[in-house]
Design a protein around this ligand. Structure first.
Ligand code: ZN
Length: 269
């Protein structure tokens, strides 16, 4: 499939339109049959490209112009809303990440219509994805919240924990948001200490994944545990232990950065 090229103004020469329609709750509209796919092009409810219309141009995918648009509360016949977490990992590249981008841009668009400093209606900056206040020049870019996720090993074992918020009995690796003023390495050390009571060494960058719930960027790391016992915080993390490839519990689905880190550390691909 073609490479996505972000943009601000719909080009005149696009042959097709692809619209990512997001429900008021943040779910993505898809066709009600397998395989998972987006509904075909339909008439846009208003001219795209500004906060007033609720439809935002994202960029182009080959000769297809991509838009994001808020959908109605109830999905039209033949379609349904699906949780974006599921869709993000199941749609082929680059559609999955584009769906995440669509939701983040729409939410930013909706939440930055008025200046947070003086209350004046904001204007599109024009030359980049940003809003500027005509009264006080306050400038707002889409906000991205960095979070770390770290796979910790001890020998051939990996630390997996069960978070209170996880549905069912899913186990994953330690994760948490970067605090104001922290380096990423400090966040790794703090989150690991807080959640499982361990100290770590050899913190190494692994890779990243956009995580639009609502505006996260997951920065993946690996690290080795220093000697010491696991002490779960009992609040966010209710259970944690060391696992090998031979005795894994239920882990996150393929495609997520947590799963990539787990598989990589256990030599599973
Ligand atoms: Zn202002």
């Amino acid at each position: 499939m073609a490479t996505f090229v972000p943009g601000l103004t719909p080009p005149a020469d696009c042959a097709a339109v692809l619209t990512f329609i997001v429900s008021p709750a943040g779910d993505l509209l898809v066709v009600s049959s397998e395989p998972l796919r987006l509904p075909g092009p339909g008439p846009l409810s208003a001219a795209p490209g500004s906060a007033a219309t609720g439809s935002v141009f994202l960029g182009r995918l080959g000769d297809t112009a991509c838009f994001a648009q808020w959908g109605p509360e109830v999905a039209p016949a033949g379609t349904e809303y699906r949780n974006l977490r599921e869709v993000l990992l199941r749609l082929d590249e680059p559609l999955g990440p584009l769906a995440g981008r669509a939701r983040q841009v729409l939410e930013w668009d909706r939440d930055h219509r008025y200046c947070g400093r003086c209350g004046t209606r904001m204007q599109d900056k024009g030359d980049e994805r940003a809003r500027v206040c005509p009264a006080c020049a306050h400038l707002c870019f889409p906000r991205i919240s960095p979070a770390i996720i770290v796979g910790i090993t001890r020998g051939d074992r990996i630390l997996l924990c069960r978070n209170r918020r996880f549905a069912g009995v899913m186990y994953s690796i330690v994760a948490g948001f970067v605090d104001v003023g922290e380096t990423l390495e400090q966040t790794v050390e703090r989150e690991v200490a807080e959640e499982v009571g361990l100290r770590v060494r050899n913190i190494r960058y692994f890779g990243s994944q956009s995580w639009p719930f609502p505006s996260g960027l997951m920065l993946g790391f690996t690290a080795e545990a220093e000697p010491g016992d696991i002490r779960v915080d009992g609040d966010e993390i209710v259970e944690a232990d060391w696992y090998t490839a031979a005795n894994l519990p239920t882990i996150p689905r393929p495609g997520s950065i947590s799963r990539c880190i787990i598989d990589s550390l256990l030599g599973r691909g």
